[in-house]
Design a protein around this ligand. Structure first.
Ligand SMILES: [Zn+2]
Length: 236
């Protein structure tokens, strides 16, 4: 039995149809959220009232990042992941999982250097290299945010904005780099979360299993207080 191929005419027809779809998609006017970012460092969650944004730094870091993804999926919370370029190169498949789950990506520099010691040109190269590493893992990934390591911004906010990334700060940091126990982390989240806060936690840079446990426990509590989980503001 001969193999059946679509006729050349049919293939041309579907190619023309595809081009028409792409052309009409690009003709749609850009929504307001597509306005360019500003150099202002945002630390506020979108929306009014009891809103909070969860952000996770220094990954990808299997297995903690993968466990965290399970927790966020179970509770249907969308978060921001600030990715360390060297780790992206090491674990591209974890970055793909983060993106596939609908989370939002943030550039956290290539080597987690203190950017206050860098020239503008060095910072630009670093940020571009990091985005390239992320897009090697996830082609055409949207990377709407940038966060400077240690919050040591130097000249990076202006450069990030030029590269169409909004500098992303935080209003509350649970200081989980020296894990004090999941109970203590839950208590810090309880005590310190305020409406509109962008919260900084870590899924990378060490054993982050306590952070993952704390996130799993605090989400239902916050929902019980009518909190909604939103993304950080897109513009400063
Ligand atoms: Zn960091």
């Amino acid at each position: 039995m001969p193999l059946s191929f679509p006729s050349l005419t049919a293939m041309r027809r579907s190619a023309v149809a595809l081009i028409a779809v792409v052309a009409s998609a690009t003709a749609i006017p850009a929504p307001a959220s597509a306005e360019p970012p500003t150099p202002t460092i945002v630390d506020t969650a979108r929306g009014a009232g009891n809103v909070v944004s969860f952000t996770f730094d220094d990954g990808p870091n299997p297995p903690d990042t993968l466990r965290l993804l399970q927790v966020l999926r179970r509770h249907q919370v969308r978060a921001v992941f600030c990715l360390w370029g060297d780790h992206v190169r090491q674990y591209p498949e974890v970055v793909r999982r983060i993106a596939a789950d609908g989370h939002v990506l943030c550039n956290h520099s290539m080597r987690h250097d203190d950017l206050t010691t860098k020239t503008a040109e060095e910072i630009r190269t670093d940020l571009l290299d990091t985005n390239a590493a992320i897009r090697e893992a996830v082609p055409y990934a949207s990377i709407p945010y940038f966060r400077a390591p240690y919050g040591a911004w130097g000249e990076s906010p202006q450069i990030a904005a030029e590269l169409r990334m909004q500098p992303l700060g935080w209003r509350m940091d649970i200081a989980d780099w020296e894990p004090p126990g999941a109970n203590a982390l839950v208590q810090r989240l309880r005590d310190r979360i305020t409406p509109g806060a962008v919260v900084l936690m870590h899924d990378g840079g060490g054993d982050r299993s306590q952070t993952v446990q704390a996130v799993n426990r605090i989400i239902p509590e916050l929902r019980g207080q009518q909190y909604r989980f939103t993304l950080p503001e897109r513009r400063g």
